[in-house]
Write a protein that binds this ligand. Sequence first.
Ligand SMILES: [Zn+2]
Ligand SMILES: [Zn+2]
Length: 357
Amino acid sequence: MGSRQEQDERTMKVVVVEQAGKVSVREVLRPVPIAQEVLVRLDHCLLCTWEQRMFAGTAKVNFPFVPGHEVAGSIVQIPEETITGFSVGEKVTVKTLDSCGHCEACYQGFDNLCTGTPRKRTYDGIPSSGGLAQYIALPVSRIFSLPDQDLDTRFAAFAEPLACCVHSIEQADIALGEDVVVVGAGIMGQFHVALSRARGARVIVVEPNKERAVLATKMGAMEIIDPFAEDATQRILKLTNGRGAHVVFTTITQTTLAELYIKALAKRGRIIYYGSFHPDGDIAVSPNMIHYSERVITGSYSPTTKAFYTAIRLISYGIIDVRPFLSAEYPLAMAQEAFRKAQDPQTYRVSINLCET
Ligand SMILES: [Zn+2]
Ligand SMILES: [Zn+2]
């Protein structure tokens, strides 16, 4: 009886990166939620830099792999053993990245730096980060209900990238009226601009691309520096009457710039290396310069649960407008084209619609 339908209910489609430059859609067994988990039907998944690197063959990952981690959808099943206030049908975003919940980092609220053993996810034996799949089973502690249940889930999927930036902003502890420099105005730079403005800072953006500079101004940048047209650190010193910036966020990958922008900091200024550097390398820092000036050099890696919770509020309440960053959307069947499009440096985020096959 109805074996076709029975099979449909047991399976789902996932996007598999088979090898560098090659993506396919496969049918695998649908995950079954266990106690304290719920099953979420995912509507949209955005392609982040990590997925782009995987497709380009420069990410450290063994193929085949089911990537994806910037997602939103709705709860479709809550097992009886799961005790939760969530309801079936509730629109949610989810934190696919696992953390153990009981190491020192997790207990202190820095689950982004978890030192425990994350649970490995596989679909029919294919390792996965869980996002480019039509369904995902997750513990209730990693489910975030949308405060605005009318919010389009394609925009709720921006909670993860925004959460990364929320954590970065918290690292900088921006005070009202401070001078904040954002180096690079890709999507992450743009989010840093909007969040810094929301925190009451004067925002200075370093970006050579004209279109990005225009959008940065819309997001709240008050000064734009073209680093190809002028000496960026000199201009920052000039804009701050020789004091330097209170905060610098780097969202670029060149190690030389990691060193350069320390020079643009005020005393007690904080530099946050938001993005990772490729290739990695050493930089020269004078310990006495740090001693005498109390400058702080730190980084920001991945979002905490707290940042996730904050990010979905910022989107739901319209405090941060993520709509300009959805550059293109493709149905599941066109996943290969979606990955190719995401390689285009002109795009901010490309989305795969997991409902449309
Ligand atoms: Zn991401
Ligand atoms: Zn942990």
